[in-house]
Write a protein that binds this ligand. Structure first.
Ligand code: NDP
Ligand code: 2IT
Length: 446
């Protein structure tokens, strides 16, 4: 940590005890900001960073609900409204038993800079609950979502705070949440949530956008070294929204996507993942990657437990969860000749692993830049809702591709301008920070 930022760092740790993921996300950003604070003392003087690290508002609430047997459960709901200098708070909701305030804060903090990088006028926020949807019936998930929204609705609005999906929150959950918001408010306010169904205000290509965007980002990185994604071997972790559409786009661009995983294990399929089969199992049956291996035949091998990063690859796309790729995994990837790692998930690579990759000269795309296609397309959904329009798939996809190329160029140029060519982490953090800090500075002491 640069000496200049040590007091601030210590103060944030003191004020947010027991939140290791938030500390990690904060540390990763602070470590890269010295060059911009030195070059632009007005930002230091205005204590912009001290203000940005403190959420504008944090909401924590009780979510009582009844299961199918009539038993009563109580979960905790959260929304951290981190920064609205550039637009309404924007960011997903995560339903997973591991969710706590520190995790929501880390995600909300990352979201500020990610959303700034899209250039689309969205602030940063994140929310969720420690509710575990695994094994719950549709009726139980609906009752939970209705109870969750019964409290959260008063904090939302198309100009105030606009949630979307994240781990454990997909089209089904957004539907139940939207229905309850509409009942309570008596407003058909499409722009209050994104990731909606296509028949009622959703955008074509939103479901695909995060995975597609990350693959486009990886392709842009490879291009800077004269390489093409076509023909490369690609490994993907996870088997949810981001993973599935990363596999689809990688295959469409001529790469060989050979893995998927979940929290129980991974599958490696030397013939390439059969996406139709995996989608049927994951999206329709809500099954596991072990089911895929069973049904796919001899080309697929299921490895229970274990690390998907043991599989040799050219391009690795971690797309499951935070800290899933550690220093050992990074060393294995390097030993196997990996060329690029691009983060579909938020903070999947540990700081030590990032160092290992950087020292080995591996291209590394941080999630703030690489997975920004999802939230960017959420902003395009809001734009369509505001104009009561529905754009074609190719229109949305073309805009997404333009945005991803623009983010890549911005991040690269920023890294170069601040004396660290090729450092996408520094470039993304500084470019995002400057946009937010400049807006806050212009808006007075906020
Ligand atoms: P999904 O719920 O659709 O899928 C999550 C996947 O990750 C599942 O395969 C799940 O396996 C696995 N996973 C989740 N938690 C763990 C864990 N603790 N250990 C191992 N595996 C785990 O979520 P998404 O695909 O939407 O999100 C994946 C990542 O991408 C997250 O980091 C999210 O924040 C990030 N992201 C998502 C965006 C979006 O638009 N959806 C946008 C940008 C980033 P299992 O079923 O076994 O839990
Ligand atoms: O991490 C993320 O960027 C998301 N989960 C998507 C957020 C959004 O509002 O679309």
């Amino acid at each position: 940590m640069p000496a200049l930022l040590q007091p601030l760092h210590a103060e944030v740790l003191r004020r947010n005890p027991g939140e290791p993921e938030f500390h990690q996300a904060l540390g990763e950003v602070l470590e890269t900001l010295e060059p911009v604070l030195t070059a632009r003392p007005e930002l230091l003087e205005a204590r912009l960073l001290e203000r940005i690290v403190e959420p504008e508002r944090q909401i924590i609430f009780r979510v009582p609900w009844q299961d199918d047997q009539g038993r009563i459960h109580v979960n905790r709901g959260m929304r951290v409204e981190f920064n609205s200098a550039l637009g309404p708070y924007k960011g997903g909701l995560r339903f997973h038993p591991s969710v706590n305030l520190g995790i929501v804060k880390f995600l909300g903090f990352e979201q500020i800079f990610k959303n700034a990088l899209t250039g689309l006028g969205i602030g940063g926020g994140k929310g969720g609950s420690d509710f575990d949807p695994r094994g719950r019936s549709d009726a139980e998930v609906m009752r939970f979502c209705q109870s969750f929204m019964t409290e959260l609705h008063r904090h939302l609005g198309e100009h105030t705070d606009v949630p979307a999906g994240d781990i454990g929150v997909g089209g089904r959950e957004i539907g139940y949440l939207f229905g309850q918001y509409r009942r309570i408010t008596n407003r058909w306010e499409a722009g209050v949530l994104t990731g909606k169904g296509l028949g009622w205000g959703g955008s074509l290509a939103r479901a695909e956008a995060t995975g597609y965007g990350n693959v486009l980002f990886a392709a842009e990185m490879l291009k800077t070294r004269g390489a093409d994604l076509a023909g490369q071997r690609v490994t993907v972790s996870g088997s949810g929204n981001v993973a599935l559409y990363s596999i689809q786009k990688a295959q469409a661009l001529g790469a060989h996507a050979v893995t998927a995983s979940d929290s129980a294990g991974y599958v490696v399929d030397e013939k390439g993942i059969d996406l139709e089969l995996l989608q049927q199992i994951k999206e329709v049956e809500r099954g596991r990657v072990s089911d895929y291996a069973e049904r796919r035949g001899p080309s697929a091998r299921y490895v229970p437990g274990g690390s998907v990063w043991d599989v040799p690859t050219d391009v690795a796309l971690p797309s499951a969860t935070q800290n899933e790729l550690d220093a050992d995994a990074a060393r294995t990837l390097v030993r196997n000749g990996v060329k690029a790692v691009s983060e579909g998930a938020n903070m999947p690579t540990t700081p030590e692993a990032v160092r290992v990759l950087r020292e080995a000269g591996v291209l590394f795309g941080p999630g703030k830049a690489a997975n920004a296609g999802g939230v960017a397309t959420s902003a395009l959904e809001m734009q369509q809702n505001a104009g009561r329009e529905a754009w074609s798939f190719s229109e949305v996809e073309d805009r997404l591709a333009f945005i991803m190329r623009d983010i890549h160029a911005t991040v690269r140029d920023t890294a170069e301008r601040y004396g660290a060519p090729g450092d996408y982490v520094l470039g993304a953090n500084i470019a995002g920070f400057e946009r937010v800090a400049d807006a806050m500075n212009a808006q007075g002491l906020i």
